[in-house]
Unconditional design. Structure first.
Length: 223
């Protein structure tokens, strides 16, 4: 008689465990890919414009009157005189840019950031006018705040109420409707513009491709 040999119990249990493990469903895959960080919002156009102008800190550039229509009656203070802008004051929020007309160092453009939050930053343009002894001119610190977002290339500044009152007190009716503008194309050109309803347009264009020697300090700012 032939005798059948049964396998040991522990071997049977081990084989059964292997079979059950093979049939068990696989656990769901875990996504281990890193979570992308949220992109930082783009700087406001006013901030971009301000940064572009600040990048010219310490440099000076020659300009020319490109448009003057209709011409202002009387002697033209810009005729046949060298025109120079100098990015001289370079704070985080305030930039001071003297605008020299020949030997007349009375003019400085003051461009200030008005922080309205990432998307709402605006700029303020003021005209700081001084006498040769450094004292304030009767018409000084006029200008306005930028409107709308503008662009990184162009910002416009309609006349503000302070300036309207200043011009009215001086009997200067025309200037009460001023809108100033600045344009900056990096490595190419900077533009200062004055416009009024009715067709008045004055534009000075500065060549950014050829920096020149910085001029003397503006009046009242020699220190």
């Amino acid at each position: 008689m032939t005798r059948t040999l049964n396998p040991p119990v522990h071997l049977v249990l081990a084989a059964l465990a292997v079979a059950l493990a093979a049939c068990a469903p696989s656990p769901p895959a875990t996504d281990t890919a890193p979570t992308p960080e949220a992109e930082a919002p783009a700087p406001a156009p006013a901030d971009q414009f301000h940064a572009r102008l600040k990048s010219l800190c310490g440099q000076a550039f020659a300009g020319r009157v490109a448009v003057d229509t209709p011409a202002t009656p009387g002697p033209n203070p810009f005729a046949d005189k060298p025109l120079v802008m100098h990015v001289r004051g370079c704070g985080d929020d305030e930039l001071r840019v003297p605008f020299h007309v020949g030997d007349d160092r009375s003019r400085t453009w003051v461009i200030t950031r008005i922080d309205g939050g990432t998307a709402n930053t605006r700029l303020r343009l003021k005209h700081d006018h001084r006498h040769e002894d450094g004292s304030d001119d009767a018409s000084t610190m006029y200008g306005g705040d930028s409107v709308g977002p503008g662009t990184a290339e162009r910002q416009e500044f309609p006349v503000d109420q302070y300036s309207i009152d200043l011009f009215a007190g001086a009997g200067n009716t025309a200037s009460q409707t001023n809108t100033w503008a600045m344009e900056l194309r990096p490595g190419q050109e900077f533009v200062y513009e004055l416009a009024r309803p009715g067709g008045r347009l004055f534009r000075v264009e500065f060549d950014l491709t050829k920096p020149i020697a910085p001029p003397p300090a503006p009046w009242g700012d020699e220190d």
